[in-house]
Structures are given as C-alpha cells and as structure tokens.
Ligand binder design. Sequence first.
Ligand SMILES: *[C@@H]1O[C@H](CO)[C@@H](O)[C@H](O)[C@H]1NC(C)=O
Ligand SMILES: *[C@@H]1O[C@H](CO)[C@@H](O)[C@H](O)[C@H]1NC(C)=O
Length: 583
Amino acid sequence: MLFVVLSTLFLIVNGNEFDAFKTQHRGKVDLSSMKTCYVYDGTIKNVDSDNEEKGYKCEVSVSVWTEDEKQAKDYCESKFPYYIIGAKSGETTSCTFQMNVLCLEDYWQIHGRCYKVSDSKLTWTEAVDYCQMDQKALKQKMAVYYSDRLSMFLEDMIGINDAWVHVPNLKDYFSNGEDNAGVYVQDSAFKYDVRSGSIIMDDLNSKHQVICEYTAPMEMAEMFYIANIYSEIYPIRVYMDGAVIPSSNFMTVNQNGLVSIKDQSNYKGRAEKFDTDNFSEVCGSIGSILNVESFPMTAVAEEFEDVKDIINDQRYYLTNAFKNDGCSETNYKQQNQDGKDFQIFKPNELGKYKNGYCHTHSLIIHKSGRYPTKAATRAPILCTLHTFNWKFGDCPAGPSWVDEVVRVQRPDRVFCHYIANSMIVTHPQAVEICTEKSFGAALSGIDSVEEFEQVTSKAVPNYPPGTSKHDDGRSSLRGGYTKHIGDHYWLGGVSPCEVDCNNNGKQYGNSWNSNVATNTTFLNTPPYGSSYEHKGGVISFRKDMTAFHNHHIDEYEYTFFICGKSANLVRAERKKSGLKSTR
Ligand SMILES: *[C@@H]1O[C@H](CO)[C@@H](O)[C@H](O)[C@H]1NC(C)=O
Ligand SMILES: *[C@@H]1O[C@H](CO)[C@@H](O)[C@H](O)[C@H]1NC(C)=O
C-alpha cells in the first residue's frame, strides 16, 4: 500500500524520465516489469549480449540487509514476481530478474501471468463473463487466487479496491467456505474492516470489480530460460536459435501402406510407403514432461548447420524427413508444421542430383552430416523446442548474362527462370553455363499455360553484335559460315520421352529433365506442345512460332537459352514453442 503511493508519486514526479526509459525499451520489455525496474532505479540489460532473443534482465539494489545468498534470494523472490537469476547479500541486497514475458500494456505481470482489474463493478456471474469476453483470443479468465503470496504482488498493482477472484478452496479461509467465489480486498480494506490483501466472502449478487488473468504467450527468451533450467535434469542442449532434446526411446520410420511403382509407364509392382507422423507424438510427449511444446527436428541444411555443433556425441538421430519414391537425394521431403512438404536437398553445386538412394527412406543426422538411411534404422529422434515453417523466397539474381528473371508459382514450389536474350551458345555450352557451380541451375522447363505465357513473354531475342537472324530462320555469325540461330531458346527436355510418358496407352514423344518441370502432357500437347514426333534430340522454345520444338544437337547450332531452378527456401514464421496451458 505504502509502496503503491510511493511509486505512483515517483512516476508522476519523474514522468519524463520514465517515458524516455519506456521509449527506449518499448515493445521488447514487459511494461509492468519495466515499471518495477524503473521504480527501483534498476538497469535493463540484455541477458546475453550476443543474442537478443535471450531477452532482458533488470539489476536492482535495495537497501535491505541480508545475511547470505539464500536470504538474498528469498528476499528477491518475495519482492519481484519474475525469474530471479541473480541475488547478492550484504548491506544492500541486489536482485537480478529476467523480463521475458510480454503482457499487454494495461496488464500487470506476476509470475508469467498477466493481470488486469476491471473499472466496473459486476456480480459474480457477470464478472466470469466479463473476463472471458474481454480477451477471448488470449483465453482470459477470472484470476485464480492460488496462494496468499499473490497478495504481495497484487499490492503493487494500481486500482484494486475489492474484486472478485476465483479461490480454489475457500475452506482454507473460512470454516463455512464453499465454492470458489472470493473477493480480494485491497484499497477499500477500511470499508470492510480487514487488512489490505484479505479475502472475504460475499453474496454472489453483490457487485465488485473483477481481476482477470491470462497466461502470456511464450517468448523465445523464456524458452531459453526454461531449457537452461531443465538442462540440469534432461539431456537438453541450448543453442543460438533454440534447444534440442533427444528421445530416450529408439524409433524407426513407420510404414503406413503400399504404393504402386512405375518404371516409365509400366506398372512394376508395389512398394512400401513411409511417413514420420508418429515422431510428432513422441516429441510432443517429451515436451509434456517439461510443460513446453516440442517438435521433431527437421533436416533442412540450415537447420542442421545450427545444431550440428551441439550434437557432441557419436550418436545418429532420426529427423522427420522421409522419402518414398524416386532414387534421388532430392526426393527427401519434410513436413512443415503447416502441413506442406518441402524438399530437403537442393540440387548440388553443379545443378545435378545425387542418385542411388532407391532403397533408403529416412534421413539421420550426426554431427558430421545428414545421411540417408533405411526405414529399419533404429535411432533416437531429435526433438526441438521450436520449429520453423519454410517458404520459397525471392529468386536470387543470376549471373551477368541474365536479361530477365521470371519467378513463377507452381503448385508445389516457386521456380525461377533466367532468360538469356542477348547471348547465343551451343547446347553443351548452355548446359555448362546453367550448371555452373556458383549458379546451380539447369536448362529450364515449363509446366503450364500460365507459366508459358509469363516466361515466353520475356523471351525477346536481341541478336548479339555480329549475328543476325536470316529470313529463313537462319542467321550468320561473323566468320563466314552459317549456323542456325533462329528465335530459339534451349530448354531442359529430351526426346524420346524418359519419364511420365504414358499418354492413355500411347507414348509421349518428349519429356522434361528431372527437377525443371514435370508436366509431360503440357510439353506434348498443342498449341504449345512440340509438334515434332521424331525421336531424338533436345527441346527448345521457338519464339517465332510460340511453341516448343525438337532440336538436334550439333556443334553448329547456336541459340539463346533459359536456365531454371527452384527459389531458395527461407525461414517463414517461426512456430514458437509454447508453454502448455496448464502452467
Ligand atoms: C503411430 O500412430 C498411429 C496413430 O496414432 C498408431 O495407431 C500407431 O500404433 C503408431 N505407431 C507406432 C509405431 O507408434
Ligand atoms: C499440365 O498440362 C495440361 C495441358 O496443358 C494441363 O491441363 C494441366 O493442368 C497441367 N498440369 C499442371 C499440374 O499444371
């Protein structure tokens, strides 16, 4: 009570100073803990100057004598309703508390919960409704008066006269206590002739203010704090972006059925189908022990890079990546928390795809790398206290020969086309340019009418100096001899068809190279489909005919070209771990 008056005065007197303090830390630090810190003339600092996500702490000195560290810690805990991370005894006691959780600005934070008192006076039933309706999304409810200790902290909260609270067991207070309807009395204590901070019983139809509470959403800083605390008990390892925990049980990838396998268009039999759905349950239950959410570790390269240094033993861990069909590394998929699948491996630096993984189904990680493994491999799962959703980012800028970059959205990925409108090369040269180490693309492919229109509208031939297009579609290069450089662009497709060739029992003539496009129907269907059926050669796009075209490769064929690759994956929203509601 005395403190409230003092601190209120202090804030008014030094209003400007507090405003400056608030502006400096606003949005990052909880307002009520900031007020507390300010009132005690404390200093706010980063918990870890190398990682802002670990949150903020406040260091205060109070002129209270404590004998030893234990007494100092008890004192700090009784005074500050936050995580106490440092306490020093002496003639003045110093306390360091963490300011992790962010409450809405008109709330008062006590031990990770956010409290507010209503202005209006309500009956018990109205009060219950008021709290629920006021902040529905935050699952606000009437405050639970779980212990007398709460009154020590509510004392610092301004504006409470007498307010309804939910008292778990009124029998602890009154011999005739029943149910849970209590009234917490603070500034109007004189009216009821009780001490400030008392609980009284009253008629359910009488009117009082109400104290509401909600549990603050978990912040990264709190996750770090909790993980650190629990790392003394569980094999948790904390790193820059989060924390990981291995499961104590060994798991394998689940088989969930059979799928037909085809070779070209021929049915070859059935193969087992796998998923890693059960891993989520296991990580979920590990999280339950700690009362935090937990997810299986994903196997995306960036995420692996982050954790590999803290996997400091020799063990292999399963991730939630899996592969059902295809013999290529790029067939490994991982499920996002939002339900979408993403490729785990990008084509390697040469724009090529490592093959030879026909009989592997899951992916394990070890500090030395990510390795394909068979479904039968038994290993612990690595669970994380956070996870990311991944999305496709921008198309990275291409090399200097690129005239146009076209970013297209396909159903399962974002694809980037790099068009050379002013450079003519042979087919082998084009392959080399696209797959150049630092670029990592391949000759491109096109999957739909929309994509065709987006890409080909930007294919505008601009004959380099010394070359020109002949009327008959032939052009001449300086040097005297003639080469075909009509308005063609090399693409990544072949004839005869190699994949997905079944055309209602007949064979399509052409197919796309792996990983640049998949729609064989589109490639082979007029008006844009190649009208040529001759077996052999590669695919190009003819601007003069607005269609795909079959092309023989010989050393005199010079044309423009289009390279393509998937857009880079970038971290989208971080699906933060959260404290479970039972907190
Ligand atoms: C995986 O989950 C399913 C559905 O919850 C369950 O029926 C099955 O027994 C689980 N498998 C394993 C290996 O835990
Ligand atoms: C493939 O191309 C055909 C023919 O243009 C089209 O009908 C179909 O929608 C395309 N499929 C996809 C997945 O784009």
